[in-house]
Design a protein around this ligand. Structure first.
Ligand SMILES: *[C@@H]1O[C@H](CO)[C@@H](O)[C@H](O)[C@H]1NC(C)=O
Ligand SMILES: *[C@@H]1O[C@H](CO)[C@@H](O)[C@H](O)[C@H]1NC(C)=O
Ligand SMILES: *[C@@H]1O[C@H](CO)[C@@H](O)[C@H](O)[C@H]1NC(C)=O
Ligand SMILES: *[C@@H]1O[C@H](CO)[C@@H](O)[C@H](O)[C@H]1NC(C)=O
Ligand SMILES: *[C@@H]1O[C@H](CO)[C@@H](O)[C@H](O)[C@H]1NC(C)=O
Length: 357
C-alpha cells in the first residue's frame, strides 16, 4: 500500500520538477544549430548537415534533416535576413538563441503552411519582419513561450485567404514594438491561448477574425494602437460566428487589461458569441470599449477608468447590435449607446455619465 502511493507521489514530484526544469534545447534534441558570428554548424545526431557562414541555411538544413516527431534546437543567435524558414509537419522547433529577421514582403520569417502537429515551444525573435510567424492550414499547432522584440512588422499571423486551421494552442506570447498587430488570426476552429502580452505595438494586441471555439486567459496591452482605431483586444469579420450562422457563446476571454494606446476592446463587423469575464481598462486614447454590429457579447465585470467613452454603435452596412449584456464599473469617462441596440442589458456602477437606452 505504501509503495504504490509513495511512487505515485514521487512520480508527481518528478513530473513537476521536469516541467519546471524543461528549457529550450534541453535533453537531446535530434538536431542542433550552434556557432556564432559568421560560423554556424547544423548537426543531426553526430552528422554535420551544414557548416558555413549562413545562419538561415544552417537552421533550414537542421530543420530539413529531422523527420516528423523529431526536434531541432537552434542554440546559436544570428540573422536570417529577409528570408523564410519553413517547418514541416510533425516537427518541433526550438529557437533558443535570438533569431534576428528581416522583411520579406507577404511572408513570414518562420512559416508553417498546410501542416499538422508542428510545435514551437520556445522562440526569441528580433528585427523587422513582414510577419514574424506565418501560418495557414495548420492542425494541432502548438506555440509555447514566444518572445518578439521587434522594430516593426506584425508578430504572429494566420492568413485570411487560405486554408483554415484547427486546434491551435499558444502559451505566453510577448510582443514588443510590432508596427502592426502582435497576434492576428483568421480561420481558426479551436484556439487556446494563455497570454498575449503586447507592449508599444502599432495596431492590435490580439485580433481574432473568423475564429471560433476559442479560450484566452489574458490579453494585456500597454500602448497598443496609439492614434488608431485598433485595440488591445479586437474581434472582427464574423469572429465567433458558428458554421451554422448562429452566435451561441464559443469565445471565452478571462481577462483583458489595457493601458493607453488606441481602443481597449473593439468588437466589430458581425462578431460576437463572446463572454469576457473581467476587464481592467484605463486611459485608452480611443474608446475604452466599442461594440459595433456585434451579437451575443457579454462583459461580466471589471473597471474602466478614464480614456475614451464606452460606446455601443452601429454602421448601416450590417444589422444592429443584439444581445449585449454588460456589467461594468465605469469612472472618468462616459457610456453611450447610440443607436439603441436590440436586447441590451447594462448593469453599470461608477461615476461616468451615461446615455443609454
Ligand atoms: C491531432 O492530435 C490528436 C491527438 O494527438 C491526434 O489524434 C490527431 O490525429 C491529430 N490530428 C492531426 C491532423 O494530426
Ligand atoms: C490538439 O493539439 C495538441 C498538440 O498541440 C494535442 O496534444 C491535442 O491532443 C490536440 N487535440 C485534439 C482534440 O486533437
Ligand atoms: C528590445 O530590443 C531593443 C533594441 O534591440 C533593446 O534596446 C531592448 O532592451 C530590448 N527590450 C527587451 C525587453 O528585450
Ligand atoms: C448567446 O449564447 C448563449 C450561450 O451559448 C446562448 O444560450 C444564447 O442563446 C445566445 N443568445 C443569443 C441571442 O444568440
Ligand atoms: C440584466 O443583467 C442582469 C445581470 O446579469 C440580470 O440579473 C438581469 O436579469 C438582466 N435583465 C434582463 C431583463 O434580462
Amino acid at each position: 500500500m505504501l509503495l504504490p502511493s509513495f511512487s505515485l507521489l514521487a512520480g508527481a514530484l518528478l513530473a513537476q520538477v521536469s516541467v519546471a526544469q524543461a528549457q529550450c534545447g534541453s535533453g537531446t534534441p535530434d538536431a542542433r544549430v550552434t556557432g556564432s558570428g559568421s560560423s554556424f554548424t547544423a548537426t543531426r545526431g553526430s552528422t554535420t548537415v551544414y557548416s558555413g557562414s549562413d545562419y538561415r541555411a544552417a537552421i533550414q538544413a537542421a530543420v530539413d534533416s529531422i523527420s516528423s516527431g523529431q526536434r531541432v534546437a537552434v542554440m546559436a543567435s544570428g540573422s536570417i535576413g529577409a528570408n523564410t524558414i519553413t517547418i514541416g509537419s510533425g516537427k518541433t522547433f526550438e529557437g533558443c538563441g535570438t533569431i534576428n529577421v528581416g522583411n520579406k514582403a507577404g511572408r513570414g520569417a518562420i512559416e508553417s503552411l498546410n501542416t499538422a502537429d508542428v510545435k514551437i515551444p520556445y522562440l526569441t525573435m528580433t528585427g523587422n519582419p513582414y510577419f514574424g510567424l506565418r501560418f495557414y492550414g495548420t492542425r494541432n499547432l502548438s506555440l509555447g513561450k514566444i518572445t518578439m522584440n521587434l522594430s516593426g512588422g506584425l508578430g504572429i499571423r494566420f492568413d485570411r485567404d487560405a486554408a483554415a486551421n484547427s486546434n491551435v494552442s499558444m502559451d505566453v506570447i510577448s510582443v514588443t514594438g510590432a508596427g502592426s498587430h502582435a497576434v492576428e488570426t483568421w480561420n481558426i476552429d479551436g484556439l487556446n491561448i494563455n497570454q498575449v502580452i503586447a507592449r508599444n505595438v502599432g495596431e492590435s494586441g490580439l485580433l481574432l477574425q473568423a475564429t471560433r471555439n476559442a479560450w484566452v486567459g489574458l490579453v494585456d496591452g500597454n500602448n497598443v494602437g496609439a492614434g488608431t482605431g485598433y485595440a488591445t483586444f479586437r474581434m472582427a469579420n464574423n469572429n465567433g460566428q458558428l458554421a451554422n450562422g448562429n452566435y451561441n457563446t464559443n469565445v471565452y476571454i478571462d481577462k483583458v487589461i489595457s493601458r493607453g494606446g488606441g481602443r481597449g476592446i473593439f468588437c466589430v463587423s458581425r462578431s460576437g458569441a463572446v463572454v469576457i469575464k473581467e476587464v481592467d481598462l484605463a486611459n485608452n486614447g480611443n474608446n475604452a470599449i466599442l461594440i459595433e454590429n456585434c451579437y451575443n457579447v457579454s462583459i461580466r465585470g471589471g473597471t474602466v477608468n478614464g480614456g475614451g467613452e464606452v460606446r455601443l454603435a452601429a454602421r448601416s452596412e450590417f444589422p444592429n447590435n443584439k444581445d449585449i449584456w454588460i456589467t461594468l464599473s465605469v469612472s472618468g469617462t462616459s457610456v453611450r449607446e447610440s443607436p439603441c441596440g436590440e436586447n441590451t442589458n447594462w448593469t453599470l456602477s461608477g461615476s461616468g455619465t451615461r446615455n443609454i437606452c
